[in-house]
Design a protein around this ligand. Structure first.
Ligand code: FMN
Length: 207
């Protein structure tokens, strides 16, 4: 009996060790896509004791690059504030509420798109949406980014409240690019409640 109890405790220890390593090593982890969708939340309480490496950000952005884009124009651009100094500087430019929400986030990714690519053919606007397609592609790209981050055990907060002019000068963002969101990246300190969603039939019509 004692022997079985010992084996059970040893097994539990091994399993909980695997949980602690979540996010540290990503290649060997298999998280189901549904789990990624279900556990991805906008996080407003980050754990300041946990870091994100440049290699991990590169892995996340490489996955974001797999997103579809208009004629493969790939107009999404990223500016990664990863040093403490730059991250703190970006945090000053996202408004008081977002600043508080992201106090413990180690990395900020400013997401832009280059105008005149998505939605254009040989320099001509293809239809009435124009550069709106750049924003569309940017959102798709960001969706890949936040889901990949979640699959690696990280958490994010997309922020549309930000000072785009100040970010442009801080990060040398060219005039030809439109500044979209700032995405905080880190580890959640607590689990938020999922905001409710509208009933499907309110947002989708079937014919
Ligand atoms: C384009 C966009 C802009 C957003 N801007 C902010 C923001 O400035 N501050 C914030 O706390 N949350 C922001 N959010 C997060 C939303 O509030 C959040 O996605 C929504 O409430 C649903 O919650 P969930 O992401 O946990 O599912 C933004 C989300 C998107 C997609």
């Amino acid at each position: 009996m004692r022997k079985y109890l010992f084996i059970a405790i040893a097994l539990l220890a091994v399993l909980s060790c695997g949980q602690e390593n979540k996010g540290a090593s990503t290649a060997s982890m298999a998280v189901s896509f549904d789990d990624v969708l279900a556990t991805r939340r906008s996080i407003r309480d980050f754990d300041s004791s946990k870091e994100v490496t440049e290699a991990q950000v590169r892995e996340i952005l490489t996955a974001a690059q797999d997103a579809p884009s208009w004629a493969n124009t790939q107009s999404a651009r990223y500016y990664v504030a990863i040093t403490k100094e730059k991250a703190d500087a970006v945090r000053e430019l996202i408004g008081e509420r977002n600043k508080q929400s992201t106090a413990g986030a180690p990395v900020f990714i400013v997401s832009t798109y280059a105008r005149g690519l998505s939605g254009f053919f040989r320099g001509e606007q293809t239809n009435e949406i124009g550069d709106g397609w750049g924003a569309y592609d940017n959102g798709l790209n960001n969706a890949y980014l936040i889901l990949k981050a979640r699959s690696m055990g990280f958490d994010t907060l997309i922020m549309g409240m930000r000072d785009s002019d100040a970010l442009r000068s801080l990060l040398d963002i060219p005039d030809e690019e439109t500044v979209m969101s700032v995405i905080a990246l880190g580890h959640r300190a607590s689990d938020p409640v999922k905001p409710t969603r509208k009933p499907l039939d309110e947002i989708a019509k079937f014919f």
